[in-house]
Design a protein around this ligand. Sequence first.
Ligand code: ADP
Length: 366
Amino acid sequence: MAQVQLDHVSMKYTGPDAGQKPALKDVALTLADGETLAIVGPSGCGKSTLLKIIAGLETPTSGRVLYNDYDVTTAEPQQRGVGMVFQDYALYPTMKGKGNLTYFFEVHQRTEAEMEQHVREVSELMGVGFDQLLGQMPTTLSGGEKQRVAIARCIVRRPPVFLMDEPICNLDAKLRERTRIEMRRMLQKYRVTTVYVTHDQQEAIFMGDRIAVMRTGVLEQIGTFDDLYYTPANRFVAEFIGTPPMVFLPVSKSGNILSLEGAGTWAIPSDLAAALPDRVMTMGMRAESWEIGEGLSAEVTSIERIPTQQAAFISTKLAGMRVHVVAPLDHPHVAQITLAPKWDAAYFFEATGEAVLLTPAIPEFF
Ligand code: ADP
């Protein structure tokens, strides 16, 4: 078990494939012992580089990596003892599933009883049908089954740090769901400090105790899903977190009147009027942050059901922009609706750049 710290880590690759910009810029973060951190961000933002630096597969250009305050920046991967599962992680092809799990213990000359106990524990946590995989050769396993064995093989060794890079992105939707439940259960049981890279926001929310959002080598924000969702550090995080993405509308405020360019005005509550400056701004709106039935008129372009919820999505045009609105399932099929923001759920940013002016508070759910 380990606390992992990245102390102002930067990475600039050299060679023909290296881009102009550094792969990582001054990344500083600390993972608590036993914490799972999910890393999300667009392709090429440095997620894999970050993992490789924690694993010891790459050495940063500057900065340090610490395990339990011990500097491992230049230590070899073998010395760090991390467990890694990647997308295409290969099993030992000549061993059955069980052999893959116990090989490590055999090499380290542990007793038969100890091996059996570890395998039984992990197998129970992996859930229904996993036992069966233990008796099979890798060539007879499907991609999903191989990956389940690979994950179990990694966790059975109780590594101090567990690194996973898109481990289940090749599995079909049903198996992905099942595997991530198994993984979460194992991580919670063993409390292995884990870094989990994914491009899938839902997976990040499910797996991560905290989520780190990266862009072009920069750690933009790290926090719980609610931190990122309700109090994004900037416009990029606001847009990246949440589905469908936040819509940005050009507005200007004067007193308690907020004008939406080309569409009309809303009166805003006095506490909001006091909190915002009198000038042009950008208002960020999520689909669930609209009140239907008063305010500015918007043309309805489509209404569709949201399959997983008792709700519908109304697509509209407001001030010439595409705006999604969550509505009750039985909302009538109309050509126009009137919209006003739920003012305690609206976000405000500077008109240019990405700086936040005001975000909603995190609601008290419990
Ligand atoms: P992600 O995992 O978020 O897709 P990566 O960490 O793989 O991002 O890559 C970050 C940046 O570093 C990219 O611009 C990529 O092209 C570059 N990069 C990654 N690995 C190498 C390498 N071995 N040599 C040169 N450039 C690399």
